[in-house]
Design a protein around this ligand. Structure first.
Ligand code: ZN
Length: 302
């Protein structure tokens, strides 16, 4: 049987949404190199922190790619007890951003030559996924961290919290300050998936285990056609992704209002104004005492 090969159009950061064997499994394949570089540059991140944030953004972008509505978003918080502290990434269908408590962590390489992402994040703790689907209450899913390397943690999240068995590979290939490649692959068997298809995917999984090196070696469509030969890979959608922070003065105003009238009044009494900095992009927003007084008028008593 002659197979139609997958051909992609876009360049740069993007997510490919594919199906295998007429819908027996779905595949998300992401290149997140540019956003990982942008994040590293903004935060002046060390190589291992760059790798950790790159992997987290890629996994979060997978969740973002599965959102249906335009105004929906998802945030993933990792608290693993490691020297990076907490890590947070936020994504919608196209935009991704991330931050951490500490970007300066340096650790020896692991025995296999890989950066010690698990050491930087920590090996035990929690992964929290909050999906804002535009409803009154957000969806919140939580699970224990399995390793802190993140690929296996995202797989565990999908399997345990969303009851969706998943194969996840996440990778960021870093050299000094440069992100050579970052990306990830998600494979999910769908209802009606044959046992032999699952066996085939497991058999082939070593091929995409080191996903950033794979991405560095060949174009995405070539990789897909090779990995899934004989499994009828079909490209359903191709979408650009980007680093983007949606912080704004209005958001910062809301944050100030949310601390309550009493705390705001203390800042007003200090009469030095307030300067807020966005954790994700570093943008600074300053407020004068008069502006704070106006905000206090709309704040609630706590
Ligand atoms: Zn920002």
């Amino acid at each position: 049987m002659e197979e139609i090969e997958v051909r992609t159009q876009l360049r740069g950061d993007r997510v490919l949404h594919l199906q295998l064997l007429d819908g027996q499994a779905r595949v998300l394949f992401l290149d997140t190199t540019e956003m990982a570089q942008r994040c590293a540059d903004l935060h002046n991140a060390s190589p291992v922190c760059t790798a950790a944030l790159g992997r987290l953004m890629t996994g979060t972008a997978m969740l973002g790619a599965m959102l249906k509505g335009e105004n929906e978003s998802v945030s993933v918080t990792i608290r693993g007890g490691g020297p990076m502290g907490s890590l947070v990434a936020v994504a919608n269908g196209t935009d991704v951003k991330a931050c951490a408590d500490d970007y300066s962590v340096q650790l020896p390489l692991q025995a296999n030559g890989h950066l010690d992402v698990g050491g930087a994040i920590g090996h035990s703790g929690r992964m929290t996924v909050v999906k804002d689907l535009g409803l009154r209450e957000p969806y919140i899913g939580q699970c224990e961290l399995v390793s802190g390397e993140l690929g296996i943690d995202f797989a565990n999240y999908f399997t345990v919290s969303e009851q969706q068995p998943s194969l996840v590979a996440l990778g960021t290939l870093v050299s000094g300050d440069a992100v050579l490649k970052a990306g990830g692959l998600l494979i999910q068997p769908l209802p009606g998936c044959a046992e032999e298809t699952i066996d085939q995917l497991e058999l082939r999984s070593p091929m995409f285990a080191d996903i950033s090196r794979e991405l560095a070696a060949a174009p995405m469509d070539e990789l897909v056609n090779g990995w899934f030969r004989g499994m009828k890979p079909e490209l359903l959608e191709e979408r650009s992704l980007r680093w983007h922070c949606d912080c704004s003065r209005e958001r910062m105003e809301r944050a100030l209002i949310s601390i309550g009238r009493k705390d705001l009044q203390e800042i007003i009494d200090d009469d030095r104004g307030a300067e807020l900095q966005c954790h994700f992009c570093g943008a600074a927003y300053s407020f004068t005492t008069d502006e704070l007084k106006a905000l206090a008028a709309s704040a609630e008593d706590r």
